[in-house]
Design a protein. Structure first.
Length: 251
């Protein structure tokens, strides 16, 4: 089995005349945590959505867990089962309980029976610290709790790799920590993770590799102590100066 679980080569993506990704190359190894940072509009989320073909690239190849998703003959449904994705906006089914949110895809997609699906669901709710909320409805939960349920739901499908698209950006600041702690725990357990984030401390402490994107290209990549701690490229330096040292407006 190859050590590489995600291989992206020469990826281009345009929306109309706007070229969003301009020849991206990316490799992610099993058990690796890769954080993607950069300014808004740099193509970070589009890259993530191309990795499981929620967005179809104009050219280039995407291979995930041995499946070449950009091959027209690829069984996309089967390939996507190995990829978990957590979005900014939770995307829970509001009319279903927390438990049912975690079991519905297991039963419909993986063919698990009710008892097994519920066992797996409770195991993952326990992992994210929300076993006691199994009978609750999403509207009864805080934003941070809803995002942790979304993570548990993705984990219940036994993914080989997890994609996180700015999972804390829609949360109140006091709720961010609980979500990041769950993600840190997954990293410690060896989950392969590709994370678009603006949480620089998380990227510095948890990532094996950090990619800085700007203008649809990877400007710089390497270990966090290099890319965040001692960036070589001027664009990276300017971005980090803005996000790590924001201007404070005096009263």
């Amino acid at each position: 089995m190859s050590d590489l679980i995600v291989e992206v080569s020469g990826l281009h993506k345009s929306f109309g005349r706007l070229e969003v990704l301009k020849g991206i190359d990316l490799e992610v190894r099993r058990g690796e945590v890769v954080c993607i940072i950069g300014p808004s509009g740099s193509g970070k989320s589009t890259l993530l959505r191309c990795v499981n073909l929620l967005e179809e690239p104009n050219s280039g190849t995407v291979v995930v867990n041995g499946f070449e998703l950009t091959d027209p003959d690829c069984d996309l449904d089967r390939a996507r089962r190995t990829v978990g994705m957590v979005f900014q906006g939770f995307n829970l089914f509001g009319h279903l309980s927390v438990l049912d949110n975690l079991t519905i895809a297991q039963r419909k997609v993986l063919g698990r029976d009710k008892a097994e699906a519920e066992r797996v669901a409770m195991e993952n709710l326990t992992k994210v610290g929300l076993a006691e909320k199994a009978g609750s409805m999403p509207a009864q939960l805080s934003g941070g709790q809803q995002q942790r349920v979304a993570i548990a739901r993705a984990l219940s499908m036994d993914p080989a790799v997890m994609l996180f698209d700015e999972p804390t950006s829609a949360l109140d600041p006091e709720l961010v920590g609980d979500v990041l702690r769950v993600m840190r725990q997954l990293a410690d357990e060896g989950m392969t993770m590709l994370v678009v984030t603006h949480e620089m401390q998380f990227a510095r402490e948890v990532a094996d590799t950090v990619l800085f994107m700007d203008g649809g290209v990877v400007v710089e990549q390497g270990p966090p102590q290099q890319v965040i701690g001692d960036p070589r490229e001027e664009r990276t330096q300017k971005f980090l100066a803005r996000v790590l040292n924001p201007v404070h407006v005096e009263d």
